[in-house]
Structure formats: C-alpha cells, structure tokens
Design a protein around this ligand. Sequence first.
Ligand code: F0G
Length: 454
Amino acid sequence: DSVPLEMHKVRIVQKLNLVPIERRLEAINEAGNNTFLLKNCDVFMDMLTDSGVNAMSDKQLAAMMEADDSYAGSATFTKLEDKIKEIFGMKYFLPAHQGRACENILSQAYVKQGDIIPMNYHFTTTKAHITLNGGTIEEIIIDEGLKTTSNHPFKGNLDIAKLRGLINKHGAEKIAYVRLEAGTNLVGGQPISLDNMLEVRNVCDEFGIILVFDASLLADNLYFIKNREEKYKDMSIREITRIIADLSDIIYFSARKLGCARGGGICTNSHEVYMKLREYITLYEGFLTYGGMSVREIEALAVGLEETMDEDMINQGPQFISYMVEKLDKSGVPVITPPGGLGAHLNAMEFVDHIPQKQYPAGALASALYLISGVRGMERGTISEQRDADGNEHFANMELLRLAMPRRVFTLSQVNYAIDRIKWLYENRKLIGGLTFVDEPKMLRFFFGRLAPV
Ligand code: F0G
C-alpha cells in the first residue's frame, strides 16, 4: 500500500468534538437531514468542502501581519498583481470576494438571452449565474467522465467532436464562451489533461470564441498533469501553469480553494476584457485594489499562489484522497475511480441501490453517514440540481456523497476512522431509507432545503 507522507508539520491545532450518537440524531433532525444545516460543534470530521478550510502556512500567516490597508492603491494589492503576472503571465487582475462573484460578473458581461455556453461540466453556482442571464449550459465532458468507475486518467476532458458539433449546430456567434473547469467538481474532482485544453484552444481559435478557465481546483489538476500525463512529467509545475494560462483568454478562480481561504478573482491579458469587466468589480465587489477581499487575505493569497507551485504542497490533497479511495475500493465500497482531487466520492446510486433516485440516495447517504460517524459530507446529486423551467425534477447524472479532503487538515488516523465508519455503513446499508423535501427553496435548494424520511 502506498501511504501518503506529510511534507509539513502541525504547529497549531483545534480541538474536535465527537458528540454521542443520541446528540447526532437530534442534530441531523434539527438540520432537516441537510448536512449544510449542521452546526460545527456537532461535527467530528468536517468533510463538507475544501472551500475556505484548507490549512494555511506559517508564511501565509506571517504575510498577513504586514498587509497595507487602504481603499485605493494598496501595496498589498500590487504584490498580488505582481504574483499573478509572474505565475500566469497575465497583465490584469480583477479581485472579487469569491468564485461565484467572478461568475456573476462574467455571466452579466458575456451571456445574452439564448446564448450557449459549452463546458466540460457545470458547477452549481456557475450554472445558476448563466441561466439567470438567459444562457444555456451544454455539458460535453467525454463519455468516460460520467462512468463511475474507470481508469481513465483525465475523466474531466471535454469532448472535442461534441464541441465542434455544438458550434456547427448553433453558429459561433451564439456561443458566449467555452468554459473549462479544472478538476470538475461535480463529477468527482476529475482533472483535464493539458493536451485536451490545448485542443479546445485550437477549436476556439478556429471559430473566434473566448476560452474561460475556472481555476478553482487548479492545484489538484496541476498535480495530475505532472503525474498522469507522460508528455509533461519533466516539466515544472510553474511551466505547466504558464501553458494553461497562455491558452486561456480569461482565468477566474475561487481563492477559497486556490491559494488562500477567502477571495477570488479574474485574470486576463486582454485590455478589452479588462475594460469590459472593470465596472462590474466596482459595482458589486469593491474598489479595484481590494474587490471585497481584506488586505490580509490578499497577502495570504499572493503567498499561497507561490506555494501552489511547490509539488510537495499540492500533492497532499491527491495523495490523501487516493489513499482513502483505494482503501474503500478494496473493501468493495462503491467509490468514484480513479481517485481525483477535492475529495473521495461515494457512489450513492450503488451504495444504496434500494433507494430510488427520486428519494435522493446521495442526500440519504450523507445524513446516515453523519449519524453513525460524525463525519459530515456533502450531497452532490439530484438535490444539488435545479428543477427545469416547468418545475420538473432534473435527475443528476451521478448521485455522489462527496467527502472533501481539506488540504493538510486531517491526520491519516482520522482518515482511517472515516474509512472504517464508511465500511460499517456499507455493510449495514439496508438500514438507510430515502428522503423527501419538506421545505424546498427555488434557487440553489441544496443549501437551505429541509428533508424528512419518506
Ligand atoms: N467553481 C468551482 C469549480 C468551485 O468548486 C466553486 C466552489 C466555485 C466555482 C464557486 O466559488 O465558493 O468561492 O463562490 N466550490 C465550493 C465547494 C463551494 O464546496 O465545492 P466560491
């Protein structure tokens, strides 16, 4: 077995609680069986997300202490701008308070009623902003990407033939932009290969279409390119990053996952794009030299982006995830393979195959796992989808329970605890029943929706 080796040591710790099962039962009832509504004091291992909860380094904390606070023209912002120029080679950086703020701005600026936005796969907030502005997303991930078990190293790749098909069908002028998402969040954190990105770039060039790259999960994706794409194994992380940046017209990211614990931003080399987006930043986010971020976060982000260029740092997530996925897989627990970034993903459709999709198997599994272990995961299945314009349920392609692996946060013993409890739950899976909504919000219902056993 390959066991991950931590290339860091722990110097600050936070006490955890493992409350008794009686309290967990109360807590999950109070939360309407929605793990988003649990309180942290009732959670033992918080594997809800890797957003805003990755461990920061001593260097990041030190940098936060020397932030230069000012509304306009802060030296801290210049530091980040210079780091973006150095790493991505991009002249312009527009700061935003987080990833979805970038999506709001890009959708308002580029998506018109009736536009098509092809992408390898959507993310919840991405799709919500695009549809809010009258656009339609087209998911053209390779077929292999939707297979739960596979040994394809890059299940996040975009199907080039399908992209050409869409352009021919609708005409290039109807395509607002093509969006590529690093480490496709909703289908198991599966990476895109660098060759695939380059091919997408060629098609965009051929038809004069803008290419937008969502780099929120870039760190994991860089690791996978270096370790799974033979052609690029001798290239440095920095060199690979530069190729990705050079092929993108616009890069945006949630800094809650990339480089920091808060913030986000949009990078481009195009003066035209910069001028088009600039006003939205001041309108929605804040002045151009902070964009809703505190200067302390901006300092930490500049350091965090530099640390993302270090393979010893970015390998921690993928190695821990791979350990967990392989252990579960060997025990017969249905998991998404190959291991990706972000976290381990249980395949609920198979785990609880006695629960029909309309009773939200992934949501039911999330609730049950919390109850028996105190481990909090996140439903990434039909509950996370939106109903169509006529109010019909839109069944997700995959019913996943995502167990995110915040980077450098958990010890291997804690991961082993989670594995042990998941194995127990799998052996006793028939105890789990389906769920139904008792309170269903119209938009992004997974955040606040409340459910009850059927
Ligand atoms: N794009 C991707 C690929 C993401 O994973 C996220 C956030 C966003 C955009 C939006 O960024 O949260 O800063 O507004 N993903 C988080 C998650 C919420 O838990 O997977 P944000």
